[in-house]
Design a protein around this ligand. Structure first.
Ligand code: MG
Ligand code: ZN
Length: 373
């Protein structure tokens, strides 16, 4: 009996010793091992444009003190500034996530010398993953554009749209139809070019999003507006069904996984307008989308979900006198601010996202989670 206890004791000591040695003697090996074990098959990147911590807090209080972001086990913070300004814009902000480079405000998928840099979505496509972009702005607006286009200036919308035919993206949903098929700078009909390349191309004039049911393997473009989609408060309601449709469609055909970016574009526009109700209604919609994505990813089990923003907009404050059901919101600016931005992660690779880091590190962490570096 005594012998057996001694043996167990000795054995336990051996395990403890090995364990601590693993951590102390070779921390980089240990780190590598963790990263290796947590490869994500799919990544869903959710960007709430202009969604700083106050927008999140306001959205939470306005929703009875609950928000889907509470379901994330890992929270980090990123430093959002660009290469030429402490206050980033959405182009440099999204290019940091998409390409891993700090660049100047206005840059779409190019570095500070205006040289094109391969995006994570383009790399995913080359590696035979399925890809998608969804936005509640035009689909050629800075945030989605930075994942698939390369242009020295964010407002060259027709040039940006022309880049989209160069990557065989599987799903594109957003506004801005006119930049594809009623172009002023040339006679090209990009919608027809997409059809010729085998895409299903539909729009909100002809079909509601819930009527869209692409066959397995079919690439889809769905225009939600001719120009900017309207705010959620004016009836825009496609982001939830578009997200569901896209995740299900990509999952049904993915042997190699997928990368999709889904943007809540207009939280930012509420901030620029210094319109608290605009911010709250956009936050409420985006919270539902995050909730739906988490439910989907939990079911799937191989999907990493990351939620962040490019920057805060409006210098929003929740003022003294506010109550849960009646917030007194105030803005200090009609522009963006430089406050650090929360990052939420759940799923394989989630641990990579804790801590404080540059916005460009999100690119590296996403690639690491895929097992690409
Ligand atoms: Mg945006
Ligand atoms: Zn903005």
């Amino acid at each position: 009996m005594a012998n057996r206890s001694a043996l167990i004791l000795l054995f336990s000591f051996f395990i403890v010793a090995c364990g601590s040695q693993d951590r102390v003697a070779n921390p980089s090996e240990f780190k590598k091992k963790i990263a290796k074990n947590v490869k994500a098959k799919n990544i869903i990147l959710l960007i709430g444009d202009g969604m700083g911590l106050t927008q999140i807090s306001a959205g939470m209080y306005n929703n009875g003190n609950k928000i889907s972001l509470e379901r994330f086990p890992i929270v980090g913070l990123h430093k959002s500034y660009s290469s030429d300004n402490l206050i980033t814009d959405s182009a440099a902000g999204a290019t940091a996530f998409a390409c891993g480079v700090k660049t100047y405000n206005g840059a779409i998928g190019v570095n500070s010398d205006t040289i094109a840099v391969q995006t994570i979505l383009e790399e995913a496509s080359l590696k035979k993953l399925k890809t998608g972009l969804i936005a509640t702005s035009t689909i050629v607006h800075a945030t989605p554009a930075s994942f698939i286009s390369h242009n020295k200036y964010r407002k060259n919308y027709e040039e940006i749209a022309a880049d989209y035919v160069n990557t065989p993206i599987d799903i594109l949903i957003g506004g801005g139809k006119k930049y594809f098929d009623r172009r002023e700078s040339d006679r090209r009909d990009l919608s027809q070019e997409f059809r010729n390349a085998g895409y299903m191309v539909e729009d909100y004039f002809n079909k509601d999003i819930i009527q869209i049911d692409p066959p397995i393997g079919k690439k889809l473009i769905y225009y939600t507006a001719d120009n900017d989609p309207v705010p959620a408060s004016q009836g825009r309601d496609y982001l939830l069904p578009a997200t569901k449709l896209s995740l299900d469609h990509l999952q049904r055909q993915n042997e190699n996984g997928f990368f999709i970016m889904i943007e809540g574009s207009q939280i930012d526009w509420g901030g620029h307008a210094n319109d608290g109700d605009y911010v709250l209604t956009e936050m409420a919609e985006y919270d539902q989308v995050i909730h739906q994505v988490l439910d989907w990813a939990e079911q799937d089990g191989e999907t990493l979900v990351v939620v962040t923003a490019d920057h805060e907009t409006g210098g929003l404050a929740i003022q003294n006198g506010s109550k849960l059901d009646s917030l007194d919101l105030a803005f200090t600016s009609t522009k963006h601010t430089a406050v650090m931005i929360p990052v939420f992660a759940k799923g394989p690779g989630e641990r990579l996202f804790s801590g404080i880091y540059e916005n460009t590190a999100i690119y590296n962490k996403l690639r690491q989670a895929f097992g690409w570096e």
